[in-house]
Design a binder for this molecule. Structure first.
Ligand code: PLP
Length: 463
């Protein structure tokens, strides 16, 4: 019996040591195959047989369509911290945070532990508006502690869900169906959210234009604010994310707030991308010193990887949903999923523990300095929600992938740039690697790109 117990302890310690060593090792990129490797390519081929071509295959073909270098996707196998490992065992540094989700890094241990506890309980599903569980109570209380003026919320499964809940709430609260949205804004691709999305209109909107309703009008982001006579909902990203990391001119959000108050519309901030410390403040409107909204949409980094979102609002706005008349006015099968609520609760606790806004501020300043020292720029944005102007963002994306860095372009037209949105927990040597990779891709002197050494296993620091 005693021997068994000792063997158990030894196994646990060995597993802990191996996991720790593995985690330490994964600090800088390490490429074992050409990119994409043979296993990724084989998986993409299989995927293309059964997934609608609008999804992964379309991206794979985009490279040909745009005449850029081959950027066939890699297929992810695991991800932790700022490192993503693909099916061929290649390790990449992720400066996208997986679409802005991994503010704490991928698979943050505290978030994973919360998921494990829920799986062990087990409770993996509850029932939308019909039956809640305690993790939902705790999550909504925690969210309200971030934004005490917006103490009530509607949970959803995606950023688009949160946006659609905000539009419905504003409609009920004001009795007006009109929505004012802004050029370059991105709010998601479900019909309700897409109707208010102007970003990349020719590809996202054009095929569905006839289904998008005439209730939305668009105005210039940062421009003159039109009359809100028939408008119940003014929806805006305080700092546009996918639209190119764009800030409005100083005072513009104040003007929007004042106009909403004067003309009876609700002001909705879409902070699905910019929320939870990304900009150096908990929320972008705070980073800009702008007044609070009536409703705010949050998602992405909220749970560090579980698909969950929320629309939070003032008591008055949320109470406009009124008393029950028998049937739910709004629900979803997976609304308030216990696993997601527990992960989000743990994620919020961890974001506070690491002081996410301060981390973003510090690491953002570091990255700016590294880029400036290499003659790269200009850089725009706040905290670690940054974009750098490079001559050809699509080529940069493909080139960086082959150097072990995952990055995505943001913006369109004059705002087309390379997004730099890494986990807030990224380390200094990882930031230096990214800056070196960019400098190698776009050397200051014209000429062939410098080769950047991808470190061999033994050269990687921290082991
Ligand atoms: N709002 C903003 C500002 C976003 O950046 C996004 C996604 O990128 C969304 C909404 C839509 O979120 P989801 O893709 O989770 O529906």
């Amino acid at each position: 019996m005693r021997r068994l117990a000792i063997a158990g302890v030894v196994t646990t310690v060995a597993a802990w040591y191996i996991t720790r060593r593995r985690r330490r090792r994964r600090k800088l990129p390490r490429l074992r195959t050409a990119i994409p490797g043979p296993k990724s390519q084989a998986l993409i081929t299989r995927l293309a047989s059964h997934e609608c071509p609008a999804i992964t295959a379309r991206r794979a073909r985009r490279a040909d369509a745009l005449g850029a270098a081959a950027t066939d996707p890699i297929v992810w196998a695991s991800a932790s911290g700022a490192i993503v490992v693909d099916a061929d065992g290649n390790e990449f540094l992720d400066v996208t945070s997986g679409f802005g989700v991994a503010n704490l890094g991928h698979a943050a241990p505290a978030v994973v532990a919360a998921a494990r506890r829920m799986l062990d309980r087990p409770l993996v599903h509850a029932m939308g508006d019909a039956f809640a569980d305690e993790s939902r109570v705790e999550l909504l209380e925690a969210l309200a502690s971030f934004l005490p003026g917006l103490p009530k919320g509607i949970l959803g499964c995606s950023g688009a869900d949160a946006v659609q809940a905000a539009i419905k709430t504003a409609t009920l609260a004001t009795g007006r169906a009109g929505v004012l949205a802004f050029g370059g804004g991105y709010h998601g691709l479900g019909h309700g959210a897409l109707a208010a999305t102007a970003y990349h209109a020719p590809s996202f909107r054009a095929p569905f234009e006839a289904q998008l309703g005439a209730h939305v009008t668009f105005s210039e982001f940062g421009g003159a604010v039109p009359s809100l006579r028939d408008v119940g909902c003014v929806i805006v990203e305080p700092i546009q994310g996918r639209g190119g990391i764009r800030e409005p001119p100083a005072g513009w959000l104040e003007e929007l707030r004042a106009k909403c108050d004067a003309e009876g519309a609700l002001l909705v901030y879409d902070e699905v991308y910019s929320g939870f410390g990304r900009t150096g403040a908990w929320f972008a409107f705070e980073a800009l010193g702008a007044p609070p909204p009536d409703l705010i949409c949050l998602g992405k980094a909220m749970a560090g990887g579980f698909p969950i979102s929320v629309c939070l609002g003032t008591r008055a706005a949320m109470d406009a949903w009124g008393a029950s008349r028998g049937e739910a006015l709004h629900t979803q099968t997976f609304l308030g999923n216990p696993l997601g609520c527990a992960m989000a609760r743990a994620s919020l606790r961890e974001l506070r523990r690491v002081d996410a806004p301060a981390l973003a501020e510090r690491r953002g300043a570091e990255l700016r300095a590294l880029l400036a020292a290499r003659g790269l720029g200009p850089v725009r944005g706040r905290g670690l929600m940054l974009a750098v102007d490079v001559p050809d963002p699509l080529r940069a994306m493909a080139g960086l992938l082959r150097r072990g860095v995952l990055a995505l372009p943001v913006g369109e037209g004059a705002d087309f740039a390379l997004g730099l949105v890494p986990p807030l927990t990224i380390e200094s040597d990882q930031l230096a690697f990214v800056a070196d990779a960019l400098a190698a891709e776009f050397p200051r002197e014209a000429g062939p790109a410098r080769e950047l050494a991808v470190p061999e296993e033994d050269e990687v620091a921290g082991r």
